[in-house]
Design a binder for this molecule. Structure first.
Ligand SMILES: Nc1ncnc2c1ncn2[C@@H]1O[C@H](COP(=O)(O)OP(=O)(O)OP(=O)(O)O)[C@@H](O)[C@H]1O
Ligand SMILES: [Mg+2]
Length: 371
């Protein structure tokens, strides 16, 4: 079974702990998206896996072979790790043609000329660039350069492919096309890939699983759906998609969380599955798409809380509202068929919320439905 295991890896630059006691596993043929803000340690982690940087602590194994161990003093050099790396800026050699760029690693590995030509040809076909083998990097579009870099990383048939924000220089449309291209190639070759990005939509669209990094640590891992629907911390709730985050408390003898600053806003909580302590703050997150607005004279308005429309932005496919319920501001994403005006009083209904444990809670965050 081809797998990558990272155990308790730490890498510091002076006082900065870029990677902090991090453990992570990658399954064979899996695309793991590492999502994190700037400076969270994503590139440092990739450099440690590739052998460009040497961690101070920990162990890294790939397919049962130890690549790094602080305890056993092992540090395999990058060229012997069978790992392909696509850098954010592509790092193509400007004085070499597309063909020569892709051929270079094979030359270094002393593969015979005829065999090299065939391998390069196949690889350029894979990324649909064979017709452009004679061009120089400056004669290519950003997306084409990106595909050359991908091809060069794949040419040695790596056991693992590392992609460091390879799409961040591309415009939005090309980025989406390349997301699909990379996914197609990865699935065709059954490649194990770590794809680093700070774009949550990209991580959700591409990852079989996502690991969210913050300050050198992985703070949550799971499928895109788990990460999106069940954020375990305030940071993840804020970083992945949009959430309105409110503070609530459970009052003595009640089965509902009451939101601070909006007395009329309460959410039922399952006391059997979520250990909530009375009078302790708890974060309640609601996504804009999980709030429904009703005109005051329409819909199942009985018992629904009331708010005033404070802001409205037309987004084409949907309308983004900001509503105020007592002192709490809530974002709402609504279909353009029913429109409200700033100043309107509306009823609203949160169809789904997540509870995020704060300090003092040991239970996992817990989803409830209130249909
Ligand atoms: N060579 C270096 N020397 C000193 N500090 C470094 C070095 N490389 C990274 N750092 C620091 O380590 C931390 C993590 O950096 P890293 O480049 O891994 O972040 P990142 O998540 O890749 O960020 P970005 O999204 O901006 O690329 C940062 O605080 C950074 O300033
Ligand atoms: Mg980086």
């Amino acid at each position: 079974m081809k797998t990558l295991h990272i155990r308790n890896v730490s890498k510091s630059y002076g006082a900065v702990k870029a990677v902090d006691n991090l453990s992570l596993d990658l399954r064979e043929g899996e695309l793991l998206a590492i999502l994190g803000s700037s400076g969270s340690g994503k590139s440092t982690l990739l450099s440690c896996i590739a052998g460009i940087e040497k961690p101070e602590e920990g162990e890294i194994t790939l397919n049962g072979r130890c690549l790094f161990s602080s305890e056993r003093n092992i540090q395999v050099s990058p060229e012997h790790r069978k790992i392909g790396f696509v850098f954010q800026n592509y790092a193509l050699w400007p004085h070499m043609t597309v063909f020569e760029n892709v051929e270079y690693p094979l030359k270094m590995a002393k593969i015979a000329s005829r065999e090299r030509k065939e391998i390069v040809q196949n690889n350029l076909n894979l990324v649909e660039l064979y017709a452009k083998g004679d061009r120089y990097p400056h004669e290519l579009s950003g997306g084409e350069q990106q595909r050359v870099a991908l091809s060069r990383a794949l040419v040695m048939e790596p056991d693992l492919l590392l992609l460091d924000e390879p799409l961040s220089n591309l415009d939005a449309r090309l980025r989406e096309t390349m997301q699909l291209e990379i996914r197609k190639i990865q699935q065709k070759l059954n490649l194990s890939v770590i794809h680093v990005t700070h774009d949550q939509a990209e991580a959700i669209a591409m990852g079989d699983r996502i690991a969210v990094m913050h300050q050198g640590e992985v703070i949550q891992r799971g499928t895109p759906q788990e990460i999106y629907e069940n954020p375990k911390t305030r940071f993840v709730a804020n970083f992945v998609g949009t959430n309105t985050i409110m503070t609530g408390t459970l009052t003595h003898g009640e089965t509902h969380i009451r939101i601070t600053g909006a007395k009329c806003l309460t959410f039922p909580i399952n006391l059997y599955t979520t250990k909530v302590r009375e009078n302790q703050p708890l974060l309640v997150a609601v996504r804009p798409e999980n709030v429904i607005l009703y005109a005051i004279d329409k819909g199942p308005v009985r018992d629904l809380p009331i708010a005033v429309v404070n802001n409205k932005v037309y987004k084409g496919a949907h309308i983004l509202y900001e509503i105020i319920c007592e002192q709490v501001v809530i974002r709402v994403q609504s279909h353009p068929t029913e429109q409200f005006t700033v100043g309107d009083t509306v009823h609203f209904h949160c169809t789904r919320v997540s509870f995020i444990p704060t300090r003092g809670y040991t239970s996992p965050s817990h989803w409830i439905r209130m249909a």
